[in-house]
Design a protein around this ligand. Structure first.
Ligand SMILES: [Zn+2]
Length: 421
């Protein structure tokens, strides 16, 4: 490069950096109290959210995601599925018609916000399907923290995709994208993507969540269970502690994750084991003939984490849970929800290696997967191929042959039918 060109180039870079400003991340701390009515598939929620604005901008509004409002006839998600016709995701359709179109009224998903306050002052808000815009009583200045409190109630939707009640594997409640979640604010501004059943983006957050539910339920979640001796399934010597309504209170905490997810079922078993140098792994699933492979998975999971820790950077969280969510596979903070039924341990491990590897890309690197899903899915698929090749050695020229074939087929599909998960 000639000197004058180098100077111009350096000038352009410095201008670009000046416009972008110093790097920052917003921070959120959630405390939530959840009271589940398991017979009605509803819950009451209370949230205290400490939100820290590390950006150089003064914020006059904030946005929250209310994902479950998508599970209704004629929602944007419903319209998207309908527009795909017979080529769409079969899990969202029945005979080529969107399953959302015929969801019974009492099984529509809902997140009803009763009120929201900022530092004790009532706030005005508007809800447009899955996005809530909140007008602040006082602006949040750069490098300052504000506290929101909120009361809401939710109807757990019929299971359509990823979230919901009574899915086809018989898991009672898969609780994902289940609470009012503050949107990410970064150099692109507010990430206010309507929920169409696709990917997510959020600030790193700490969680302290107490879930009250009938004592015969076992809860699986991504986080640390703070009171295993008071609830069912995690401690052989547990004395289940109940309130007057015969509910047990489960307290979960998690630090620095993007999303807190949980599930509840009366037939779950819990197994756990330690990978040397971490994490502690939990398997939460219904033990039956169709889920036998879970019982054989421990040595493979151990080796999987060892390979990932050695070659992709150490997993930073203390625990990870593989939870039978009963529908496909989707990654969340410190856990995944996956199908329970598997032909054999290799098929199960393929799903576990894929969803587990999202912890490195969707969770730890946390790029905006709503805008650039390939950054997450691409690297995750690479790690899945890399680890599976070592767990189940095959006579292939390289670990990525099957993925390259999948990519070739993928590029031949119409773009609107491409799936991420
Ligand atoms: Zn994926």
């Amino acid at each position: 490069m000639r000197k004058s060109a180098a100077i111009i180039f350096a000038f352009i870079i410095s201008q670009f950096q000046a416009q972008q400003g110093a790097y920052y991340q917003q921070a959120a701390k959630y405390k939530m109290d959840i009271d589940v009515n398991a017979e009605k598939f509803t819950y009451q929620g209370k949230q205290t959210l400490e939100y820290t604005n590390n950006s150089p901008d003064e914020l006059n509004v904030v946005y929250f995601h209310l994902y479950w409002n998508a599970f209704k006839p004629n929602s944007m998600m419903d319209q998207r599925v309908a527009s795909q016709g017979k080529n769409g995701d079969g899990r969202l359709q029945k005979d080529g018609v969107s399953r959302l179109a015929s969801i019974p009224k009492d099984q529509e998903g809902a997140q009803n916000i009763h009120w929201i306050k900022q530092n004790g002052k009532d706030l005005k808000f508007e809800v447009q399907e899955t996005i809530m815009k909140v007008y602040l009583a006082e602006p949040i200045k750069p490098n300052s923290t504000t506290t929101f409190t909120m009361d809401w109630d939710s109807v757990i939707p019929q299971q359509i995709r990823r979230s919901g009640r009574n899915n086809r594997e018989g898991v009672d409640m898969t609780m994902t994208q289940w609470y009012p979640k503050i949107a990410e604010y970064d150099y692109d501004g507010w990430a206010t993507f309507d929920y169409l059943g696709r990917e997510f983006h959020a600030p790193f957050s700490d969680f302290d969540v107490t879930i009250k539910i009938n004592k015969d339920y076992v809860v699986g979640a991504g986080g640390i269970l703070e009171n295993p001796t008071e609830v069912k399934g995690y401690d052989a010597n547990a004395k289940i502690k109940t309130d007057k309504d015969k509910k047990a209170a489960w307290r979960w905490t998690a630090k620095n994750i993007l999303d807190f997810a949980w599930s509840a079922d009366r037939d779950y078993s819990v197994e756990s084991f330690n990978v040397p140098e971490g994490p502690k792994v939990y398997l939460v699933y219904q033990k039956n003939d169709k889920t036998k492979a879970w019982g054989e998975s421990q040595p493979y999971i151990t080796k999987y984490f060892q390979i990932m820790n050695a070659h992709f950077g150490k997993y930073v969280y203390p625990t990870y849970a593989f939870i039978q969510g009963g529908d496909g596979g989707m990654e969340y903070g410190m856990c995944t929800m996956i199908l329970g039924e598997a032909k054999n341990v290799k098929d199960l491990m393929g799903l576990m290696a894929h969803e587990g590897s999202h912890s490195w890309y969707q969770q730890m690197l946390a790029t905006n997967e709503s805008v650039r899903p390939w950054m997450d899915e691409g690297f995750t698929s690479y790690a899945e191929g890399y680890t599976m090749y070592q767990l189940f050695p095959e006579d292939l020229p390289n670990p990525f042959v099957e993925r390259l074939d999948a990519y070739r087929n993928f590029t031949k599909k119409e773009s609107k039918n491409r799936l991420f998960g």
